[in-house]
Ligand binder design. Sequence first.
Ligand SMILES: Nc1ncnc2c1ncn2[C@@H]1O[C@H](COP(=O)(O)OP(=O)(O)OP(=O)(O)O)[C@@H](O)[C@H]1O
Ligand SMILES: [Mg+2]
Length: 329
Amino acid sequence: MCVRGVASVSARARVFFEAVDSLFQRRLIFVTGKGGVGKSTVALALGIAAAHSGKRTIVAQLASGGYLQRAFDKRHGRHFEEIRLAPSLYTISIEAQAAMEEYLLVKVPGPVALLLSRSRLFGAFAMATPGMRELLQVGKAWELAQPQRRAREADPYDLVIVDLAATGHGIGTLRAPRTFAEIARVGPIAHQGEVIASTIADRAFTAVIAVTTAEEMPVNETLELHEQLLRDGLDLDAVIVNALYPERLSAADTAILRAALESCSATPGRAAIEIALSEHARAATQAQQAERLRAPFDGLLLSLPFLFEPELGRPQLERLAELLAERLA
Ligand SMILES: Nc1ncnc2c1ncn2[C@@H]1O[C@H](COP(=O)(O)OP(=O)(O)OP(=O)(O)O)[C@@H](O)[C@H]1O
Ligand SMILES: [Mg+2]
């Protein structure tokens, strides 16, 4: 277990470290799921949990740059900057264009790389190639996860958490290296594609996590995502059911509230009862949807509560990180 620079840790902290360590033994974690279900939130919470456990962690944002910087009150960095947010916690926004420039500088010697990376025609051509953006982005995530970084003067990370785009596009990103390896067959792109694809398929190195809410469409997409991953020779390592409403009322409580609603004529009283009953109804529907995930993902399911806050900032992300660590145990 990696607990750097911590001379003595409390018993509680030790439990925390051990809980997260099993998933965080990997070096690369991809987080995907339907649009808006909380992928970025979960990726950040996982990053915070990993950093607390002593792993030098970077959360790579492919789709939604800026969330983590805002939560930690940091400015937007330069393109591709690895921004330190807290001890052991970094973030980067991976843009395909910047990834291509870095790749060229590392792979092509001397001034040719500079010329190519500055050539608008070459850039436009490369970016128009289907799947090239995804290949470049996932290639950079792979580079970040290498014990010996390819990028100049770059320190290695213990863990890279990739906040992927929504399901369809996320799968495309995971698939891109294999597709390029198969199409190119020989040469440097085929070789690079093959190396990255093998790394993604190596379950000791890489984990794939699905985030979902307990609603019909996101649950359907999670089940489809699982099938697609299996077809690609990949699998899910955890499914996180996010934003669950609390079940605060028993059947007896709801019967009392329904009866009270019939007899209550005062507007504020009725509104409060209606809110309580609607929250209960939502929690009940969510429980049914979450149940659909139980059999296919037995042992892989984790849940996070809906936080009743106008906006999620650092304290809320810290709270979700703590819950994740507890539940990963
Ligand atoms: N557990 C939660 N409790 C309350 N609000 C949440 C929770 N998880 C996420 N949210 C809120 O839901 C919204 C969507 O979350 P987030 O941006 O993480 O989703 P996403 O899946 O990354 O979205 P996108 O597909 O657009 O990238 C955000 O406003 C976030 O603060
Ligand atoms: Mg997002």
